[in-house]
Structures are given as structure tokens and as C-alpha cells.
Design a protein around this ligand. Structure first.
Ligand code: 16G
Length: 245
């Protein structure tokens, strides 16, 4: 951001002028993804505006995802996100997909245990009366970057001890001879809700992909019902199409 005076573009309220100045500096490559923003006091002095004006401009840019705030270390130009290509033609797990790309995976557990099932889970998973459901919800990350939130439900008959899963659900199922062999996946556009946006570190209401996967064992039994929110700024889902008969 240099250290000279900040010359604001003219027109409109001061905070919008400052906001535009920051946007232009990024657009013209004067500042780069990952660069730190000068302190509020410094910017206010250099642009000859109040700190309240700086705070308002910065807040809007944070809400729009142009800047990111990290507790204790300041405000930065948002890093450019690398997009991930995900094939839609193969039944793979998140861990396998990331390993193939050489990306490190990590999970933060949001929920894990056995619960009384909801009517929807009972129907989709074909649960017997009184049969409990195993729920595992995770924030899935590569390094520090959150990619998706996955909320999976499975019958407690196939997953009696959800606490025993170490990292990969499919690996765990594989070891117990219950790896799904087929799945139906439905993808829909969604605006990311406030709670999920917070976890995914994206602005509230930004574009996401809502994905529902119902997967089956070779016996035809439904084994998994998972609802996920993937970041729209990160994922491309790709399928190969062939001319039909
Ligand atoms: C994928 C699946 C999810 C499955 C998970 C298992 C989608 C949208 N979702 O992320 O349904 O539960 O893989 O991954 O593709 P894991 O074996 O790494 O836990």
C-alpha cells in the first residue's frame, strides 16, 4: 500500500471513496493477495478521513470477501483461491480426492454420535423402528482453508461406534466391509447461511453448492445420507458426457 498520502477518487460518501481506492489498488496490482492492510490509524491519517470512515470501508470489503481479518494479526487482501476440479463420474471419498491432488486433509468435528433418527433419516436409510442413527458432521479443510461442511447420517447397524472413525469415513466403512458401491448425488445452488459462512470463512450469503449424496451397498441397501455445503468459489464439478444412443 506504499506509505505516501492516499488520494481518494472523487464522488460519493468518503467511506465508499476509500473502498474504491482499495479496490483499484488491488485491480491494478499495487497490492497483492495476502498483503497486509496498513493500520486503521495510518490509513485514516494518510487519507485524511476519520477512523470511523476507515472502519466502515474495511468492514464492507471484509463482508464482500475482498479483505480478510485475522484475529490478532490484522487485515489482509484475501488470498486468491485455487479452484479444485472434482469428477462427478466416480464414487470416491473426500480423503481419496485430496490425496490424488497431493493436498493435505484435515477435519474439524462438528457432531459425532448416535441419535434418535429424524423421520427423513428413518425413511431414506430404511431404519427399523427404534433404530438409532449415527451422525457425523465435519468441516473439511486443506491446511487452514475450509472447503466444505459435510453432515452424514448412517444406520447405527453399519456404524455402531462413530467415535471410532479416525479420519476417513469411507476407509472406516471399507474396513468393516461396508463400503458403498453406488451413489445418487444431487447438486443445487445455495446461498451459504450465516453459521456455515462463519465455518467456511466466506461472506454470509455467498454462493455455495448444496450436495446430497445417498449411497448404496452392493446389496442395494442405503448406507449413507449426506448433506454437504461446498464453497462455490473453490469447486468445479466436472462430468464427461458422451453422445447417447
Ligand atoms: C465425499 C462425499 C461424502 C462422503 C465423504 C467421505 C461428496 C459431495 N460427498 O466428500 O458423501 O461421506 O466423501 O469422505 O462428494 P471420507 O472418507 O474422507 O471421510
Amino acid at each position: 500500500f506504499g506509505d505516501g498520502p492516499v488520494v481518494l477518487p472523487v464522488g460519493g460518501p468518503l467511506y465508499l471513496q476509500l473502498k474504491r481506492w482499495v479496490e483499484d489498488a488491488i485491480k491494478h496490482g499495487h497490492i497483492n493477495p495476502g498483503d497486509a492492510l496498513p493500520s486503521e490509524r495510518d490509513l485514516a491519517q494518510r487519507a485524511d478521513v476519520s477512523r470511523v470512515t476507515v472502519r466502515k470501508a474495511v468492514q464492507q470489503l471484509v463482508n464482500e470477501g475482498v479483505l480478510v481479518q485475522r484475529h490478532g494479526s490484522g487485515t489482509f487482501v484475501a488470498p486468491e483461491t485455487q479452484r479444485v476440479e472434482q469428477s462427478l463420474s466416480q464414487l470416491t471419498s473426500f480423503t481419496e480426492d485430496m490425496a490424488r491432488r497431493g493436498m493435505a486433509v484435515r477435519a474439524e468435528w462438528l457432531e459425532r454420535g448416535l441419535y434418535a433418527s429424524s423421520p427423513e433419516e428413518t425413511i431414506i436409510l430404511g431404519l427399523g423402528s427404534g433404530e438409532r442413527v449415527a451422525r457425523i458432521s465435519r468441516l473439511r479443510l486443506t491446511g487452514d482453508m475450509p472447503l466444505a461442511i459435510e453432515r452424514a447420517s448412517l444406520s447405527s447397524a453399519v456404524l455402531p461406534d462413530p467415535m471410532a472413525i479416525r479420519d476417513s469415513l469411507y476407509k472406516h466403512l471399507d474396513l468393516s466391509g461396508a463400503r458403498p458401491v453406488r451413489a445418487i448425488q444431487r447438486i443445487r445452488a445455495a446461498n451459504i447461511s450465516e453459521d456455515d459462512a462463519h465455518l467456511l470463512q466466506v461472506p454470509v450469503g455467498s454462493a455455495g453448492l448444496h450436495i446430497e449424496r445417498i449411497s448404496y451397498l452392493s446389496t442395494g441397501r442405503v448406507i449413507e445420507f449426506t448433506r454437504s455445503i461446498y464453497r462455490g468459489d473453490t469447486y468445479d464439478f466436472v462430468a464427461e458426457l458422451r453422445l447417447g444412443d
